[in-house]
Design a protein around this ligand. Structure first.
Ligand code: 2AM
Length: 528
């Protein structure tokens, strides 16, 4: 053990007392003997990774009365943290993994909050020799859920428990109340429940943290949360574009509209910050937003959600469009060249009732958002089947109600829908949302028609409406697609029940010799 670590340990009053007892006769105590003493294991939980999120989560736990042990790869950060942000708290630091583990009460609970990927596995490897059966490793980073599935399995095979927890809310959330989405080994939950729910955000007195499900369920739900966040942001950006380009309003006028919307069904964190962002002025007094380069970045969680939707065959169209819209925005040089060549309609003019149009737009945003969340829950439903997770949908909506980026009043209605009917097949079929969309839909259609006439791109609004119209269709034109596939590739089709005939038997794969030549064998001779 390094000296710095010893000095730091000695800051702890309990340890000082012990040291005095141990060190009777003068001199420093034998630190190794100290570490063997069960009383040394006094920290409720440990956290590795002292970037801002980690530090804030530690301080949050400390505020709630827990003693937290802190460790970081670069150990100088431990000292810096203890001398600054954590000064005067009960936080104890360690300068080696061994020393860190020795500080923890059993079963040991270790939160790893480091860069996703190899760093998480590296720390798990370092911890393993020092942990015992029943100890719990919690990964609170932005891990991809397949890694959490793997880690749960690997650690359970070694008698340990693993939790992969989504943590949302950024630095502020981590400090004062994040949304926490823990999943992994179910046996870990009773041991971490109290502390997790204590530090989580609260919504109507309920913690925005509950057990999500087995394996990678926690990080999966966090991924879908981020995908939905992409969708919400794209919808808001499209509304901004319609107000600016279509109605010709400036940022301050649009900010006022967002302020109004934030008092109604759209009341949410993202609408609130959009109001403030639009009103923010540069030093010259002009709004800052039009000065920001229109190339959106992305870190990949929206893309993961869209890719997973494709893998699971789920039509999560709005998030997909939101990801693609960011991709298109990033092709700025190419867009600038295209803008010189490709013509659209004449510059937008608006002669109708502006207030009514703004109301329609609010409803369009609301209805599209309902569709997006319904798609997200469809994806989670399928993932639960695919990966054998027991997902509690009402709890998921509750976890997103506070602390995280997509927090909103609207999520309360989703919680209610799944609490009233846990077997609800699809959010769009809940009566509250049936009525909400019914109220919204005339305005929703008017807004999209107008945007299309103006030539203003609205991929998220439009795909939401297209999904809604497809989802409520008894008949979609896939019959024609099946006919085409059978024509060129002998891929076969089935007959509609009730329309069977001698040549079209019910429940069988049928191939037709469409051209009169080429045979009637349904084979994969012609691969399309
Ligand atoms: P550091 O302070 O030693 O760089 C955010 O980057 C957090 O993840 C920091 O605590 C950082 O530790 C840690 N981290 C990043 N990459 C790491 C790696 N490969 N191994 C261990 N810790 C890492």
């Amino acid at each position: 053990m390094q000296n710095g670590g010893l000095e730091q340990l000695m800051n702890n009053p309990m340890l000082r007392q012990m040291a005095e007892n141990f060190g009777r006769g003068g001199g420093m105590p034998d630190i190794n003997a100290l570490m063997q003493n069960p009383q040394m294991r006094h920290a409720d939980i440990g956290l590795i990774g002292l970037a801002v999120m980690g530090q804030n989560l530690i301080l949050n736990m400390n505020d709630h009365g827990y003693t937290v042990a802190a460790y970081n790869r670069t150990t100088s950060k431990v000292d810096q943290f203890l001398e600054n942000e954590a000064k005067g708290t009960k936080v104890v630091g360690a300068h080696s993994v061994e020393e860190f583990v020795a500080l923890l009460k059993r079963p040991r609970k270790v939160i790893i909050l480091v860069k996703a990927g190899a760093a998480v596995d590296a720390f798990i490897e370092q911890l393993l020799p020092h942990l015992e059966k029943g100890d719990i490793i919690i990964d609170g980073g932005n891990s991809h859920y397949p890694d959490s599935i793997r880690r749960t399995k690997e650690l359970e095979e070694r008698g340990l428990l693993f939790v992969g927890s989504g943590v949302s809310g950024g630095e502020e959330g981590a400090r004062y109340g994040p949304s926490l989405m823990p999943g992994g080994s179910p046996a870990a939950w009773p041991h971490i429940k109290e502390i997790f729910q204590a530090i989580a955000a609260k919504s109507d007195g309920e913690p925005c943290c509950d057990w999500v499900g087995e394996g990678g369920a926690g990080h999966y739900v966090k991924m879908v949360h981020n995908g939905i966040e992409y969708g919400d942001m794209q919808l808001i950006a499209e509304a901004y574009s319609i107000l600016k380009v279509g109605l010709g309003l400036d940022e301050l006028e649009i900010s006022k509209i967002f302020a109004e919307w934030n008092k109604g069904v759209l009341d949410s964190f993202l609408i609130e910050i959009t109001r403030d962002v639009l009103a923010y002025k540069d030093t010259d007094g002009a709004p800052i937003v039009p000065k920001i380069l229109d190339s959106a970045g992305q870190k990949g969680t929206g893309k993961w959600t869209a890719m997973n939707a494709l893998d699971l065959g789920q039509p999560v169209t709005l998030i997909g469009e939101a990801v693609f819209a960011r991709c298109l925005s990033s092709l700025r040089e190419e867009r600038l060249r295209a803008a010189k060549v490709l013509k659209g309609p004449d510059a937008p003019q608006f002669s109708g009732d502006r207030d009514q149009f703004v109301k329609d737009l609010e409803q369009a945003l609301y209805a599209s958002k309902i569709v997006s969340y319904a798609q997200g829950f469809m994806l989670m439903r399928e993932a639960a089947k695919e990966y054998n997770w027991h997902l509690n949908k009402g709890s998921i909506a509750l976890m997103w109600r506070g602390g995280c980026i997509i927090r909103s009043v609207f999520l309360k209605d989703i919680t209610n829908a799944f609490r009233t009917n846990p077997d609800l097949e699809n959010l769009l079929l809940d009566q509250f949302f049936v009525d909400a969309i019914q109220t919204a839909q005339a305005g929703w259609r008017r807004v999209i028609s107008q945007a299309i006439a103006w030539g203003i791109p609205t991929p998220a609004f439009s795909s939401a409406l297209a999904f809604y119209d497809g989802f409520r269709s008894e008949v979609v034109p896939a019959n024609l697609i099946q006919a085409q596939r059978d024509y060129f590739g002998a891929h076969t089709f089935r007959v509609v029940p009730g329309k069977e005939s001698e040549s079209l038997p019910l429940g069988q794969d049928i191939h037709i010799n469409w051209t009169g030549h080429g045979g009637s064998v349904s084979a994969s001779t012609y691969q399309a």
